[in-house]
Design a protein around this ligand. Structure first.
Ligand code: ADP
Length: 452
């Protein structure tokens, strides 16, 4: 601890000593006058004067000691707080008045700082946990562009560890180009150590009054690869399920038929074997037919042509389609609008969705003589929403609806929704299928199309 005194100036406690000494000299002179003027013996006079002198000097130095002690105690407390130790408190049991008020203030300050330091430590731990768990790579550097932080995602991306790279320039991990961009700007970057592109965004923050840069890096290639892999997995699951469904019975029937014919004598095919053969071949034919159907559906999904767009009245498209559903009763709400779309493809989407609505109505637990479907047109900013509402039981499983070939129907193909969504996305729109909030309806299919 340093006590800085301006040259030539007395310390505060010494000033007090000087004032007390000046006061004491006057008191001592007055006391000496009265003692000398008294009629007591010379020995007693000397004794009295010595007593007065020592008690005055003792009083002066006791005051100095008390003041110094209180000031040092408070200084130690403030010094401990300045070094981050908030556990010390000023003892207030034996003091009163101004010093007690001062100590109370110091103790209150220590309590508040202790609480704030705890909150800040907890927040630091939370931020540290988030930074270490997050998939986004984070690198921070100081005003000299030297690395001050790397989270585990950044260590993995740059195939290094923070201890090795701490205080190294950001150039050492190929990030020098980030300073050519404005803070908050998102840009892509080729990393020398990766063959893939990454998305980068920088921001700044203050630490100790110095501007620091924080760099967020997302490996988009990895995200894309993961999505691609999951799409392939889904497709393979569906393909293998479909092909297995057809091949397994064919293989088992072929085996049965082969053992039947090999057990029969040459030139002899009994009636029962004949019947087995017929039935078996029929199943094989049916399965082959189904497989062919499936391949055609798959081709339809995989070879979807680019939309051939023109300005079309949405009323006209809807009226053309609802004419195909003779057994249904339609209510059309909302005013007509024009869309810039491929007429045929939009008709195909409407056919798929109205067919689903009709099938949902017919499968409904509440039986009705007619299949009622409501179509409502709603303008949502730059989008037109065409909502197809049925009176069915609603959607049973909302999870796999848009996975190609997912169906809950006995004779369903499971491509209607995925094909329709693909068509709408190719138009810059979207398809949603949800359960209606309105109890009078079952499900609502919402076709969103950009309006002209
Ligand atoms: P498919 O009609 O051949 O089953 P889709 O892709 O059109 O194929 O539909 C997939 C699944 O979505 C259906 O099997 C059904 O479970 C569910 N679904 C579609 N439309 C509705 C609807 N209007 N109400 C309830 N469920 C629906």
């Amino acid at each position: 601890m340093k006590y800085i005194l301006s040259s030539g100036k007395l310390a505060f406690e010494d000033k007090l000593v000087r004032i007390a000494l000046i006061g004491s000299v006057f008191t001592f002179c007055v006391a000496t006058y009265f003692v000398l003027a008294s009629s007591v013996s010379i020995y007693l006079k000397i004794l009295l004067l010595l007593g007065i002198f020592t008690s005055l000097i003792a009083m002066v130095f006791y005051i100095r000691y008390e003041v110094t002690f209180q000031l040092r105690t408070s200084t130690n407390l403030v010094d401990a707080m300045a070094s981050g130790d908030f556990s010390l408190r000023a003892n207030n049991r034996e003091v009163k008045g101004a010093l007690a008020d001062f100590n109370n203030l110091l103790n209150g300050l220590a309590d508040r700082l202790a609480q704030q330091s705890l909150i800040s430590k907890e927040q630091q731990v939370l931020i540290f946990k988030i930074i270490s768990q997050i998939d986004v790579a984070i690198v921070a550097c100081n005003q000299h562009k030297a690395i001050t932080l790397m989270n585990p995602a950044a260590e993995a991306l740059f195939d290094t560890n923070f201890e090795e790279k701490q205080a190294w320039p950001v150039d050492s991990i190929g990030l020098q180009a980030v300073f050519d961009h404005r803070p908050s700007e998102v840009f892509s970057l080729d990393l020398p150590q990766k063959s893939s592109k990454v998305l980068v965004r920088t921001d700044t923050y203050l630490e100790g009054g110095q501007i620091q840069t924080i760099i967020f890096i997302t490996d988009i290639q990895q995200v894309l690869r993961e999505e691609e892999r999951s799409a392939w997995q889904k497709l393979l699951r569906v393909l293998s399920h479909e092909i297995n469904n057809s091949l397994a019975p064919i293989a088992s029937i072929a085996e049965t038929l082969s053992s039947l014919t090999s057990n029969a004598k040459v030139g002899e095919i009994r009636d029962d074997i004949h019947e087995h053969l017929n039935n078996g071949l029929q199943v094989i034919n049916e399965r082959a037919h189904n497989l062919n159907h499936f391949i055609q559906d798959y081709q339809q999904l995989a070879k979807l042509p680019e939309p051939n767009k023109s300005v079309t009245s949405i009323y006209k498209v809807i009226n053309d389609v609802i004419g195909l559903f003779e057994g249904c009763e339609f209510t059309l709400k909302g005013r007509d609008l024009e869309v810039f779309a491929d007429n045929e493809q939009i008709q195909q989407v409407l056919v798929n969705l109205i067919k689903n609505a009709d099938e949902a109505n017919r499968a409904s637990s509440i039986k009705s003589s007619v299949s009622e479907i409501e179509i409502e047109l709603i303008q949502l900013n730059a989008m037109l929403s065409i909502e197809i509402k049925d009176h069915g039981n609603g959607i049973q499983n909302t999870e796999n609806l848009f996975i190609p070939f997912y169906t809950t129907k006995k004779k369903g193909s499971g491509i209607g929704l995925s094909l329709s969504r693909q068509i709408l996305r190719n138009h810059g729109g979207e398809l949603y299928l949800i359960n209606s909030d309105d109890e009078t309806f079952g499900a609502v299919a919402k076709m969103h199309l950009p309006s002209t």
